[in-house]
Design a protein around this ligand. Structure first.
Ligand SMILES: NC(=O)c1ccc[n+]([C@@H]2O[C@H](COP(=O)([O-])OP(=O)(O)OC[C@H]3O[C@@H](n4cnc5c(N)ncnc54)[C@H](OP(=O)(O)O)[C@@H]3O)[C@@H](O)[C@H]2O)c1
Length: 237
């Protein structure tokens, strides 16, 4: 059993990823109010934690690499540190590139999802920081297996998938998104090629959403003209 996974993202009307690039708020509309909707909706889900890709986690955690002297040889087995009932901050980081320096991001307990090829020194650094970790197969790309471990080892029943676009695309391709929660700013990015909120990188002609359909379950206009959409993802049996 894996957790229920909701992909929760904010975007411009053209589906882009970076709010710093969007057109500003119209006169009389507060940008802070618009931005504030994201966390409010996040909190309203009452999820057990959130998942991000390595790039997004590196921006959030802001840690720097430490060299752990004489790291012991460690088995490639899951390590559950001390979640202590906190929400979970889950990083999909097959190569072990994110650094933390503490056991939490914004108070939420960090769980790194790794590939087995990461170094012993990196595992020792995570253990020193109090970070938990699991392995998503040898290459770190068994996301379905990783999500099953999140349920079995951490009791996660509901998780939010919060970007960036590349990790969202990978979850979509693997049929691991159960619902989309999308906040649309009254704004546009407008530049060709700018990253979008679902940005699967795969072979030409691949369709990551193949075999899946979206059904609108909720549509609400929030203060300032932000639109909140919810879509259930249905899969052909
Ligand atoms: N609008 C919003 O609400 C929002 C939300 C979140 C993030 N963001 C922004 O999004 C940007 C980052 O987005 P991004 O799409 O470039 O990166 P991302 O999704 O955050 O991270 C991508 C990385 O995840 C790792 N990864 C692990 N397994 C993967 C898999 N199966 N498929 C793809 N990647 C996998 C790879 O790390 P390695 O390179 O180490 O292999 C890959 O480079 C940031 O600038 C952040 O600020 C915006």
């Amino acid at each position: 059993m894996r957790p229920h996974i909701i992909c929760h993202m904010s975007t411009s009307i053209d589906g882009r990823l970076h709010p710093s690039r969007f057109t500003r708020a119209a006169p009389g509309i507060s940008w802070d109010v618009l931005r504030g909707h994201y966390e409010k909706v996040h909190d309203s889900f009452g999820a057990d934690g959130w998942i991000v890709g390595r790039r997004t986690m590196s921006e959030m955690a802001k840690g720097t690499e430490r060299k752990v002297a004489e790291a012991p040889k460690l088995p490639r087995e899951a390590h559950v540190a001390a979640p202590r009932g906190r929400k979970l901050a889950i990083a999909i980081d097959p190569s072990g590139r994110a650094h933390y320096g503490k056991d939490n991001v914004g108070g939420d307990h960090v769980v790194a999802v790794l590939g087995e090829q990461v170094s012993d020194a990196y595992l020792a650094e995570l253990r020193e920081d109090g970070v938990s970790y699991i392995f998503a197969g040898a290459g770190g790309d068994d996301l379905a297996g990783a999500m099953e471990q999140m349920a079995a080892r951490f009791g996660a029943g509901k998780l939010l998938l919060e970007g960036g676009g590349r990790i969202n695309g990978s979850f979509l391709k693997r049929g691991l998104i159960d619902e989309f929660s999308t906040l649309i700013f009254p704004a546009v990015d407008g530049v060709a090629g700018a990253q979008s909120i679902v940005d699967y990188e795969g072979p030409e002609g691949d369709r990551p959403g193949a075999g899946q359909t979206l059904r609108l379950t909720h549509c609400e206009t929030l203060e300032g003209g932000m639109i909140w959409l919810r879509h259930a993802v249905e899969r052909a049996e």
